[in-house]
Design a protein around this ligand. Structure first.
Ligand code: AR6
Length: 181
């Protein structure tokens, strides 16, 4: 099922599987520093894209936490996959918020550099990496809104959220951003 909230700051919220996005020019992946695949959304993106994606990732030589790399998108309808490496949650005192914001900002920067107007993003770090969703949602929408102001080539950012609780947390975060709280 897909539900879409009204766009705000060019940010849309959708409920469902990011690999079904048929509008995005680039799909952001929640990767790990090896860039060699994994579970969660990373596994789903590599399955949908096919083996060509892993071949492209192999030559990149990994990526630091807080950063991102761009490749083609294999069989996915998008033109690019952007592999963003979010932080593992360690309790909040290990720079997690800055690293999470940084990987979103770098993703939008890379998308803009590749001429992508529409970008699909997952809730990076909110699964296997254990980042509390309520806090991650505020960081995510704030970082993406800020990066879109900085890199206006990106006109729409679509967060694909897996499950009602994650969707609701992002909805509240977007509401807070809009009301300036
Ligand atoms: N579409 C949209 N969201 C999804 C999908 C999907 N198909 N599948 C899962 N999610 P996670 P992380 C949600 O664990 O926490 C991998 O092994 C999920 O419910 O995919 O950044 C990597 O290789 C959660 O809300 O990413 C790394 O080792 C969000 O996507 C590690 O996991 C992110 O969950 C990265 O962990």
């Amino acid at each position: 099922m897909t539900r879409t909230s009204p766009a705000a700051y060019g940010i849309e919220l959708l409920l469902g599987d990011i690999t079904t996005d048929a509008e995005a020019d680039a799909i952001v992946n929640a990767a790990n520093p090896s860039l060699l695949g994994g579970g969660g959304v990373d596994g789903a993106i590599h399955r949908a894209a096919g083996p060509a994606l892993l071949e492209e990732c192999r030559v990149l030589g990994g990526c630091d936490t807080g950063d991102a790399r761009i490749t083609g998108a294999g069989r996915l309808p998008a033109r690019h996959v952007i592999h963003a490496v979010g932080p593992v949650w360690r309790g909040g005192g290990a720079g997690e918020a800055d690293l999470l914001a940084s990987c979103y900002r770098r993703s939008i920067e890379l998308a803009a550099g590749a001429g992508c107007a529409v970008v699909a993003l997952p809730a990076i770090s909110c699964g296997i990496y254990g980042y509390p969703v309520e806090e991650a949602a505020g960081v995510a929408v704030g970082a993406v809104a800020g990066a879109m102001a900085e890199f206006p080539v990106v006109e729409r950012s679509r967060f694909w959220l897996f499950g009602d609780a994650t969707y609701a947390a992002f909805d509240r975060a977007l509401e807070r951003l809009l009301s300036g709280r």
